[in-house]
Every structure is written in structure tokens, then in C-alpha cells.
Design a protein around this ligand. Structure first.
Ligand code: SF4
Length: 148
């Protein structure tokens, strides 16, 4: 089981790092082009991003969306999820891999097919990092402008 946990942490961290860097590079490029912060945030709206940055997400090629949002617009800037933590908690013989730091009500735990005492965080039903209304918070927190 230790092997699985180590692999989980390694893979989660690697995926998140890769996804974060991809977003960071694009933000940097847009700022260099002179876009305002509002324009940068809007650029990441799914309808725009899927037309202009076709390689940003593998779903774009098939015209698919990871989530359907009601009452807000789907924004891809927070795809790496700034609220995810790849930590592991062990208690009473049960092991939980992955933590939602904002306690999303949509967060689920998927039970391992090989070990019923092992669960991993399942974010598939959560739209929090994709809400356009949250993008300011994410942009300012994780991608502040170098000159403030
Ligand atoms: S449940 Fe939602 S907010 Fe929490 S870590 Fe997963 S995607 Fe992020």
C-alpha cells in the first residue's frame, strides 16, 4: 500500500505542477502582449480558450467540456485546482489520499478497488476552480504581476 500512496503523491504533484506551469506560461504571454488583468481572466473562458489555444486541454479537440456550470461561466484558468492538496491522512487503519482545502461539498472519496480502506479524492463533480467569478482570487493569489 505504501507504494500506491507514494505513487499517488508523485503523480498528483507532477500533474499539478505541469498544469500550473502551462497556465503560468500563458498568463505571462498574455501580459506581455499588454492584456489587462480582466482581459487575461476573460481569455481563459472556455469558449475563447478552446478556439485560440487548442492544445491547452485534450478535451478541446473533441469539442467537449469537463463541466457544465449553471449561473456562471466555465473558466479554465484554475484547472490545476489551487485548492487541492496531495496530502495523505492515516487514521484507524484507513488511508485518505488527497485533500480538498476548501471542503467543497462536491468532493467525493473513491474507494480503491484493491483496498477498501484506501480512498482517493474524487473531484469530478466539483466546479469550484472553474467558476469565472473565482478567477480574480486565483489570479491574484497564484499568479501575481511581478510589478504588483
Ligand atoms: S473538490 Fe473541487 S475545490 Fe476541492 S480539490 Fe477538488 S476540484 Fe479543488
Amino acid at each position: 500500500m505504501l507504494g500506491f500512496v507514494k505513487k499517488y503523491i508523485r503523480r498528483s504533484a507532477a500533474w499539478r505542477r505541469k498544469s500550473f506551469r502551462k497556465t503560468e506560461r500563458l498568463i505571462h504571454k498574455l501580459r506581455k502582449q499588454g492584456l489587462s488583468e480582466e482581459q487575461v481572466a476573460d481569455y481563459f473562458l472556455h469558449d475563447n480558450l478552446s478556439r485560440k489555444e487548442k492544445k491547452f486541454c485534450p478535451l478541446f479537440a473533441d469539442g467537449k467540456k469537463c463541466h457544465i456550470l449553471s449561473g456562471d461561466r466555465l473558466n479554465c484558468l484554475g484547472c490545476y485546482c489551487p485548492y487541492f492538496s496531495a496530502e495523505v491522512n492515516e487514521k484507524d487503519g484507513f488511508i485518505e489520499c488527497g485533500l480538498c482545502t476548501v471542503s467543497s461539498p462536491a468532493a467525493r472519496r473513491a474507494v480503491s478497488a484493491k483496498n477498501p480502506k484506501l480512498t482517493v479524492l474524487d473531484c469530478s463533480m466539483c466546479v469550484i476552480p472553474h467558476q469565472h467569478s473565482r478567477v480574480w482570487e486565483i489570479l491574484n493569489r497564484d499568479f501575481p504581476r511581478a510589478n504588483g
